[in-house]
Ligand binder design. Sequence first.
Ligand SMILES: Nc1ncnc2c1ncn2[C@@H]1O[C@H](COP(=O)(O)OP(=O)(O)OP(=O)(O)O)[C@@H](O)[C@H]1O
Ligand SMILES: [Mg+2]
Length: 221
Amino acid sequence: MIQMFDVYKVYPNKHSALTAINLHINKGDFTFLTGQSGAGKTTMINLIFCAERATKGQIVVKGINLGKIKKSRIPYLRRDIGVVFQDFKLLNSRTVFENVVFALEVTGARRAEIKRKAWQVLKLVGLQNRLDATPLELSGGEQQRIAIARAIINDPTILLADEPTGNLDSEITHDIMELFKNINNRGTTVVIATHNNTLAQQYATRHLTLERGRIINPEEQ
Ligand SMILES: Nc1ncnc2c1ncn2[C@@H]1O[C@H](COP(=O)(O)OP(=O)(O)OP(=O)(O)O)[C@@H](O)[C@H]1O
Ligand SMILES: [Mg+2]
């Protein structure tokens, strides 16, 4: 589902964020990517959904070589990849409902279908009573849960979550992990990036650790 072959990422300022990354994430895996701040977790996530390009090496996602993908195909690839961003990236002038359905509207889904799915995912994350609020009227944890609802509304094949429980207390963190597990049980390949090693040990079926841009436990792959 996600493969990397000797991947390097060097940012324009010459900072080397990833070095010699080889990985093979299979369909249905529930993978944790851990590492300290600056280890390269967000960079890995950004490479997988084509927000950044590898400097060297090959990345294959759903059988598509990202080094060769046409720009016009990238939106189609992204429709099938849900992303929970570390900084949420919510539209503050839009309501909870509008934020969550945004990705569905561009696919041309029908209004009734959009409403049904929005209700379903917002119920899953426990925010079905806040449809008309705007993100700035919500707590950090609530905003994080909207970001999760938005990422899963399209039933993506791959779900990438960057520090998805960073602002949540341990009870809600557990609920969110159970939610990710449920999504995973429906066949979605889930990749969760976090600095929280304990969380990974508790929930991961696969656990990759990054240290200064290198995977230090490749034998687990
Ligand atoms: N756009 C960029 N330009 C230059 N350097 C960058 C850029 N983005 C990230 N970096 C550098 O690359 C390294 C890896 O960053 P990355 O954001 O992937 O780390 P991270 O593991 O997600 O950290 P955190 O836990 O703090 O989110 C860091 O040293 C960072 O400073
Ligand atoms: Mg990060």
